[in-house]
Ligand binder design. Structure first.
Ligand SMILES: NC(=O)c1ccc[n+]([C@@H]2O[C@H](COP(=O)([O-])OP(=O)(O)OC[C@H]3O[C@@H](n4cnc5c(N)ncnc54)[C@H](O)[C@@H]3O)[C@@H](O)[C@H]2O)c1
Length: 383
């Protein structure tokens, strides 16, 4: 389920206010900048508050404002909220965000953030060394609170806003949104159930809870890029406090991971974890981990239940559903493999908001290929 408030977190200069305003305006949502609320409450500027009352008191006021906004009656249902750079630094604020918001971290390079902050009176952007140290400290904070981490490098404000639109809490009246859908693909000895549509990703939490209730476990296979973008979700899925414990296998992103060595790493982890035939391998990622994870699931204990959560266009439109699984050899791609249907596939376009543009184009090329092969219907739809 999507939380009713979309909160934007990130370091100073990451574009929280501009993106939030653009997003809210283009979709008719309410926009609130938390700093503005604190300034109004205190009756003085952030700079003056820091100078006269100190950061601690500022954080208390900020927390009170956040609580008031999120616990408003009636609960806000169409609100985009730009947080302050340091808002998530207190445990209380993180708890509030976790319970009442979908939180997006707008990631910005520290040097870019410094350049954007020059010429402003921001109290924490006056000294280069302490700015750098603060940026490092805050990264860990944002990573712990964010449901989504979006790399803003190379993207302008309208494009970031357009991507985040997929996460808006509720469609506007009179707008047509892609419907939720469900389908089945019949393999030789298994039927794949496929759930699709925006927001469907929320089903994962429900599925993993059902699994635990049955005394079964989910072991997650993913890559380094997905961990950056969806750390919180992966931890929840595997029932872990931190990634890095057994239960989540993280491979380096890219084609070089689609090897027998990587398969061995996965097999070893499953064996060390004493994974049982009733447990589930959940693959979250693009076609590379999808193909590799399918191969591992097909071979470990002669077949483990497999769920595919495709996060790239290629994986969503093609590789996650067809049942072809393989690894590469030095002599060529996909030389060792088999056919193995996932039990479940979850196709949520929201996953694509963190996908780099080049990968989106790459995937759309695949879609175009299918459209040309399939005839006019799909081509017209694409146009
Ligand atoms: N089995 C099949 O039927 C089938 C069909 C087509 C392609 N494939 C295989 O799929 C692979 C290509 O798939 P691909 O293009 O998804 O490659 P990929 O898995 O390497 O993903 C491309 C890049 O995007 C990143 N990424 C993926 N999702 C992301 C997200 N939501 N946010 C941020 N980054 C994200 C990945 O980390 C990677 O760096 C090839 O190995 C190809 O052989 C298989």
């Amino acid at each position: 389920m999507v939380a009713p408030v979309l909160a934007l977190a990130g370091f100073m200069g990451s574009g929280k206010t501009s993106v939030g305003r653009a997003l809210a305006e283009s979709h008719g949502y309410e926009f609130v900048d938390l700093d503005d609320v604190v300034v109004a409450d205190a009756g003085m500027s952030v700079e003056r508050m820091f100078a006269e009352r100190g950061e601690r008191e500022f954080r208390q006021l900020e927390l009170a404002a956040l609580r008031r906004i999120l616990r408003r009656d009636p609960t806000p249902s169409t609100l985009v909220l730009a947080l302050g750079g340091g808002t998530p630094s207190t445990a209380e604020a993180r708890e509030l965000l976790a319970s009442g918001c979908t939180t997006v971290w707008l990631c910005v390079d520290e040097q870019v953030a410094w350049e954007r902050s020059q010429g402003t009176t921001r109290p924490l952007a006056q000294d280069r060394a302490s700015f750098r140290a603060l940026a490092k400290e805050r990264r860990a904070v944002y990573a712990s609170v964010a449901d989504w981490a979006v790399d803003t490098a190379g993207l302008d404000i309208p494009r970031i806003a357009a991507r985040l639109a997929a996460l808006l809490p509720r469609p506007l009246p009179n707008t047509v949104t892609p419907a939720e859908w469900q389908a089945e693909v019949r393999g030789a000895d298994c039927v794949s159930h496929i759930w699709g549509g925006p927001g469907r990703g929320g089903l994962l939490t429900q599925w993993s809870q059902e699994l635990w209730a049955q005394g079964r476990r989910a072991v997650v296979l993913t890559d380094t890029n997905i961990v950056q973008c969806r750390r919180r979700e992966l931890k929840q899925l595997a029932g872990l406090e931190a990634i890095g414990e057994h239960g989540v296998v993280v491979l380096p992103a890219g084609e070089t991971s689609k090897t027998l060595d990587s398969a061995r790493t996965c097999w070893d982890t499953l064996a060390k974890q004493r994974v049982h035939r009733d447990d589930v391998l959940v693959v979250v990622g693009g076609g590379v981990v999808g193909d590799l994870g399918g191969f591992v699931a097909a071979t470990y204990l002669r077949g483990l239940p497999l769920w595919q959560i495709p996060t790239s266009v290629v994986a969503q439109v093609d590789s996650s559903v067809g049942g072809k699984v393989a690894v590469n050899l030095d002599y060529g791609k996909n030389l060792v493999g088999t056919f193995y249907q996932p039990q479940r596939v979850l196709v949520d376009p929201a996953y694509l908001i963190t996908l780099p543009d080049a990968e989106v184009r790459n995937g759309l090329g695949e879609v175009l290929k299918y459209a040309l092969l399939m005839g006019e219907g799909l081509l017209e739809h694409l146009e």
